[in-house]
Ligand binder design. Structure first.
Ligand code: NDP
Length: 307
């Protein structure tokens, strides 16, 4: 059975380090600040932002939630972002996606100053990552790398396969693995014979958004499997298909009417050497890395060395 890579434990470790940095910045009169911008009342966005604001409070980071009406225009969003770009008490700007359909999301993201772009989505930061210059890296991919490194899993010289090529997860994870000297292959929906590729992986990262799609026959024995996927299961039959008669999952399903599964079938833990669970794997790292990025942005903007 695979070793379970505990994302909650690693996230706590990182948050403790961030809190210590916040404390030491406070002695110099600096308090890192994060502004979270959302538009409309998408319930999922509300929950994500609430969790991010709560994490800031726990670590001593100043935070501000700015909610715009669903009818907001692109220009109004651009104006707000520009104001935040100029505010000295704001080190990080987070634009929670999705924005309402009439808003040009790409333009809004491009307007965020690269030095405050704590999501790491701005092309300037994408360029810094691909050329290995200091910058702000996207949170979920950075979390994947932290899990590997802090679990003592060697990256250099290993064959890594990344499933998914999104700008948010797949591509930056692949770039980070290259930067850490893995030999990397990126697969996507047009890949022919996915399993032939995944079976070569020492490190397999799944970020495709397809419930339990990676099955045991697709994984090399002993491989490290990082499951980025978060998929809600609302069909009772599927709960049995994915989790067998696991009483915890069935109990959760009876209480809430749903449970979560990753992109990796839970039975993969029978062949993998190490695996991240869902929930409690990559998910908690995303917020921890956002906190870390906010402090990093605060330091970089003031010319203070970052670790
Ligand atoms: P996207 O939908 O943007 O990208 C999915 C990628 O998977 C695409 O590159 C797509 O290929 C590829 N893909 C889709 N179907 C297949 C298939 N059958 N075979 C091979 N490749 C396929 O998703 P994201 O990258 O944003 O997210 C991926 C998953 O990670 C989702 O489950 C999401 O919920 C989760 N996630 C989790 C986070 C966390 O904090 N843990 C944060 C962000 C995302 P193509 O490019 O050809 O279309």
């Amino acid at each position: 059975m695979a070793i379970i890579l505990d994302g909650n434990k690693i996230a706590t470790e990182i948050k403790n380090e961030v809190a210590a940095q916040v404390k030491s910045l406070a002695t110099a009169g600096i308090r890192p600040g994060l502004a979270a911008v959302l538009a409309g009342n998408d319930p999922a966005s509300e929950i994500y932002v609430r969790n991010k604001v709560r994490a800031c409070e726990q670590l001593g980071i100043y935070s501000e939630k700015l909610t715009l009406p669903a009818s907001v225009t692109t220009q109004e969003m651009l104006d707000l972002v520009n104001t935040l770009n100029q505010r000295d008490d704001v080190d990080g700007i987070l634009v929670q996606l999705p924005l309402p359909p009439q808003v040009d999301s790409k333009r809004v993201l491009l307007a965020v100053s690269p030095e405050k772009d704590v999501d790491g989505f701005h092309p300037v930061n994408v360029g810094y990552l691909s050329t290995q210059r200091p910058g702000l890296n996207p949170c979920t991919p950075a979390g994947v790398i932290e899990i590997l490194k802090r679990s003592g899993i060697e990256i250099a010289g290993r064959d890594a396969v990344v499933l998914g090529r999104s700008d948010i997860v797949g591509k930056p994870v692949a770039m980070m693995l290259i930067n850490d000297n893995a030999t990397v292959m990126v697969c996507h929906s047009r890949t022919i014979d996915l399993a032939a590729h995944t079976r070569t992986a020492d490190i397999l990262v799944a970020a495709i958004g397809k419930p339990a799609m990676v099955t045991p026959d697709m994984v090399k024995r002993g491989a490290t499997v990082i499951d980025v996927g978060i998929n809600r299961v609302t069909d009772k039959k599927k709960v049995s298909e994915y989790f067998g008669d696991d009483p915890k999952r069935h109990d959760e399903f009876s209480r809430k009417g749903s449970t979560l599964v990753g992109d990796v079938h839970p039975e993969v833990s029978e062949v993998a050497g190490a695996i991240t669970p869902v929930p409690g794997g990559v998910g908690p790292l995303t917020i921890a890395m956002l906190m870390s990025n906010t402090v990093k942005a605060a330091r970089m903007r003031r010319g203070i060395a970052t670790q």
